[in-house]
Write a protein that binds this ligand. Structure first.
Ligand SMILES: [Zn+2]
Length: 536
């Protein structure tokens, strides 16, 4: 492949974590036409250099395969970077101040959309209400997603725009919180939040393309070269995202490998069109069909085997299981893989049963997956390990959710994020972030999986530390684990001759440092498709 001119790029004098059993100790890699052509020691790879070859000395730095986020919502994340972030809001007062400050610089009447607040991290864990937001921004409709995106709060103007008044009934699968007099408090749960979301003016395709282009740069800085996008084709957010990806793709500007989900409500359309998971090229492919089996722990809508510690019920299924089973059969027969959102113990038990009953699960095909697989009993982990079904998890939630899980579940929180148990049992794990629900920084995710501690070192010793994983296992989840979860193990996930040339060079050796420092890792260089797309 090098021909007379040699490879386009050679990286040498590095410490390559290839994840390839045939070349574990490599220090150099050569690249041509977007693929690795040779991986080995400096002498044997440098020998291939031709007059046109760019040779880069990695100065002994640690190198990983390009990182893949197996669960994110890329368009929302990219657009959210332009919205009001409330991730850092430390109290209700602080949230009000931030909304007021944004209002001061926003044209009256224009929407203020924010996200990321989480009252469980506040000293006084009280949710904001319509009145709080009215006081902060009387001239603007205000709509603020909670960090889990399963609940939002709207002010009076936003409620009016959405047509929500005391007479409005709760929508199916949603709840409008009300005060003693029956007036909406502004808090909108599950699908009730969509009533307000749907009246927020939609960003144009142009804005989406620009936001994504900016977003790619930010992701390269984090070492990410691929994403599985779960805000899916056919959904309100997925259509503009897919169009924007296609535009960027045809302009040669899609500098990220995108695995694009299909909204479950469009299953029949996808089958009728003859779409199959994996269709596309090395940049953009049709992914899994996405279904939701339950809600979230934060909203107490995850479906549990037993009631919550602080509620009378045990959550609820969002879609009846028989409906999901029927959809999985239909999708599977049509060559479409499914990804089902499953949080609670009951949901995950039902999903494992459902997949056990799918006789045609074909090991040669793209695997079905459970998204989150968040709270699972050991017996169900064991059953899952015997299936060709991926658990797609987001380790950063492990530490973000500590107070929430403890309060909602008491000592049943030990069943949350059972990564050690999953790996020991042989469950196929893929790691992601769920951005914008959480930060997309994969080193924060690895840090959480390895330490079960927040970045400030708490709780001491780690939260249920028996579920910690090794650094190598955490890296695997964000590389080969994610690659296999999209059936792209032959092209991605390791630094091997013949694979697509995506890699990332780090400022420190995450295998050698104290795990407490993993979250501080900075990326020195990101190579995507054989090109250097980021250099510190
Ligand atoms: Zn998600």
């Amino acid at each position: 492949m090098e021909g007379a001119v040699g490879p386009e790029l050679i990286l040498y004098n590095g410490r390559l974590h290839t994840q390839d059993p045939d070349s574990q100790r490599a220090s150099a890699a050569a690249v041509a036409h977007g693929r690795f052509t040779a991986v080995g020691d400096d002498a044997e790879v440098l020998e291939l250099a031709g007059p046109q070859t760019r040779c880069i000395d990695l100065e002994g730095r640690r190198v990983l395969p390009g990182l893949i986020d197996a669960h994110c919502h890329l368009r929302s994340w990219a657009l959210s970077r332009r919205r009001l972030s409330l991730v850092e809001a430390e109290s209700l007062e602080d949230l009000r101040r931030r909304v007021a400050a944004r209002a001061a610089e926003t044209e009256p009447g224009a929407w203020i959309v924010g996200q990321g607040w989480n009252e469980t991290r506040w000293q006084n864990p009280e949710k904001p209400t319509r009145k709080d937001l009215d006081a902060a921004a009387p001239e603007h409709p205000v709509f603020l997603w909670r960090s889990d995106c399963h609940l939002a709060v709207a002010n009076t103007r936003a409620l009016e725009a959405a047509g929500i008044d005391p007479e409005t009934p709760d929508p199916p699968q949603g709840r409008i919180d009300r005060d003693e007099s029956g007036r909406p408090t502004g808090v909108l749960r599950e699908l009730a939040a969509n009533c307000a979301r749907d009246v927020v003016p939609v960003p144009s395709e142009e804005e989406t393309v620009d936001a994504l282009r900016e977003g790619f740069g930010a992701l390269h800085r984090l070492g990410l070269t691929g994403v599985h996008d779960h805000r899916s084709m056919g959904g309100s957010d997925g259509q503009p995202a897919f169009r924007a990806y296609e535009r960027l793709r045809s302009a040669g500007e899609l500098e990220l490998r995108v695995w694009m989900g299909i909204n479950g409500q469009r299953l029949d359309d996808a089958v009728a069109l003859g779409l199959r998971s994996g269709f596309g090229d090395r940049y953009l492919r049709v992914g899994h069909v996405k279904f939701f089996a339950d809600g979230s722990l934060g909203a107490r809508t995850a479906w549990m085997l037993e009631p919550y510690e602080d509620a009378d019920d045990a959550g609820m299924p969002i879609t009846p299981m028989e409906e999901i089973a029927e959809a999985v059969r239909k999708a599977d027969a049509a060559g479409l893989a499914v990804a089902v959102h499953g949080i609670g113990t009951r949901t995950n038990r039902e999903l494992v049963t459902l997949f056990e009953e799918q006789a045609s699960l074909n090991p040669g095909r793209i695997p079905h997956r459970i998204e989150h697989a968040q709270i699972m009993r050991p017996a169900d982990v064991e059953r899952l390990s015997r299936l060709p079904v991926v658990a797609s998890a987001q380790p950063i939630h492990v530490t973000d959710d500590v107070p929430l899980s403890d309060v909602a579940l008491g000592d049943r929180a030990r069943f949350c994020y059972p990564f050690r148990h999953m790996l020991d049992a042989g469950v196929h794990l893929a790691f992601g972030s769920d951005a914008p629900v959480a930060d997309p920084n994969p080193f924060w995710g690895m840090h959480a999986a390895v330490t079960r501690q927040k970045r400030d070192g708490t709780p001491a010793g780690g939260w249920y530390p028996e579920q910690r994983v090794s650094v190598a296992e955490a890296v695997w989840g964000f590389t080969m684990g994610a690659a296999l979860a999209s059936g792209q193990g032959a092209d991605l996930g390791t630094i091997s001759p013949g694979k697509l040339a995506d890699l990332v060079v780090l400022d420190r050796d995450i295998f050698a440092i104290e795990p407490a420092g993993i979250h501080k890792t900075q990326v020195i260089m990101t190579v995507f498709d054989g090109r250097v797309v980021y250099e510190a």
